[in-house]
Write a protein that binds this ligand. Structure first.
Ligand SMILES: NC(=O)c1ccc[n+]([C@@H]2O[C@H](COP(=O)([O-])OP(=O)(O)OC[C@H]3O[C@@H](n4cnc5c(N)ncnc54)[C@H](OP(=O)(O)O)[C@@H]3O)[C@@H](O)[C@H]2O)c1
Length: 350
């Protein structure tokens, strides 16, 4: 079987013999078609799926590379340097974080569902990357165990050192208990909590391997101020983020024993495009949506952050091996007040 492909082979050919992160700058390839291909061939083993993924890129149609066999491609050495995998990397906090890591010389893999948004962010990574980062955008639903298993296969077959995992994908849901169907609770738990669990289980062996090589691997769970301070009329979101906080705290000592640092970053309200996916339930839903939109447009001082501010804190948490970070002085103060006195401004009716 012969196939055409473009960037992957180029990357690997350009690698210096023992080079870490010094191959040609800004060269990104795209594997977003993998997921579709994988679903269409679910009976195949993961190994077969990986072989398919590694050859299915939009660049094949451009026809300016010679055909190569799958086995020849798979025998190429893996990309060296440190690689960071970021869920929700197509937009908002995940996108800003991906750009920051790429600018600082890391290889970056972004995972989210929408291929168009992934493609757009990958193009930005292509221009923003410095010092030879290699980037991949891989369409993945983090709530789907088989999709994450195939993501792990694709990433680890291509990148030698996955040393940082950032679980950033998340969705907001507003609504009182009586307004929120149980199905919404399930969805919130699936994305905001179990998605991180599935990803962490999937990449734990890679992080352990990185630790054995002395690479100081780090897991970052991007949580929320609502993961430590309960948010009125948001029981499903709060529960999912509290679950993520409990999970993060519980695995920290086991991961430390394996040489993996675990960090948790809690953004405040972020002016991203999260309202695209946010759901507002119940008779007050529309009013709550308008209140949030107003807050994002005319932010009260100190309460609304940019994705870049949050990304800087995530980057700092990795570099400085921080355990837990609240983004911004206002949220640090509110957290301290809640912890010490039980005062919670987010329990007030709006
Ligand atoms: N924005 C805020 O005010 C705020 C406040 C506190 C905490 N946070 C947390 O910060 C994180 C980032 O938020 P953000 O504001 O950047 O959100 P955002 O702009 O809405 O981005 C969410 C990202 O998650 C991805 N995603 C959603 N469901 C997914 C799934 N099932 N599988 C894979 N990817 C999925 C989305 O892509 P696809 O839809 O294409 O998959 C997108 O890339 C989230 O965990 C959020 O809870 C945000």
């Amino acid at each position: 079987m012969t196939v055409g492909y473009r960037t992957t082979f180029q990357h690997r050919c350009l690698l210096p013999p023992n080079g870490l992160r010094h191959h040609r700058a800004g060269h990104c390839d795209l594997e977003r078609q993998f997921r579709r291909k994988f679903l269409a061939h679910k009976r195949h083993s993961y190994a077969q799926a990986v072989a398919q993924a590694s050859v299915v890129t939009p660049y094949t149609e451009q026809g300016n590379e010679s055909a190569q066999s799958v086995s020849a491609q798979n025998s190429q050495p893996r990309i060296t340097g440190e690689t960071v995998v970021i869920t929700g990397g197509s937009q908002g906090v995940g996108r800003a974080t991906a750009l920051l890591f790429a600018q600082n010389g890391y290889n970056v893999v972004i995972a989210a569902r929408n291929p168009d948004k992934l493609r757009a962010t990958e193009a930005e990574l292509l221009t923003g990357a410095t010092r030879g980062s290699v980037c991949s955008a891989i369409s993945t639903d983090i709530t789907d165990e088989s999709a994450v298993a195939s993501l792990v296969e694709v990433v680890t077959s291509k990148y030698e050192n996955v040393s940082i995992l950032i679980n950033c994908a998340g969705v907001c849901l507003n609504g009182t208990l009586e307004s929120t169907p149980v199905a919404d609770f399930v969805d919130q738990m699936n994305v905001n909590f179990l998605g991180a669990v599935i990803m962490t289980k999937g990449f734990q062996p890679s992080l352990v391997a990185a630790a054995k090589k002395g690479l100081n691997p780090v897991l970052v769970n991007v949580n929320s101020f609502g993961g430590r301070i309960p948010l009125r009329s948001m029981p499903a979101y709060t529960a999912s983020k509290y679950a993520l906080a409990g999970f993060t705290d519980a695995i920290r000592p086991d991961f430390a024993d394996q040489g993996i640092h675990v960090a948790q970053v809690h953004p405040g309200v972020v002016k991203s495009n999260f309202m695209e996916r946010a759901a507002f339930r119940g008779p007050k839903g529309e009013q709550q949506r308008e209140t949030m939109e107003r807050m994002l447009e005319q932010p009260p001082p100190g309460l609304v952050q940019t994705p870049q501010e949050v990304a800087a804190q995530i980057y700092s948490a990795v570099q400085n091996r921080k355990d837990e970070v609240f983004v911004g002085p206002a949220y640090n103060t509110i957290n301290a007040l809640y912890r010490s006195l039980g005062v919670n401004p987010f329990s007030v009716a709006t």
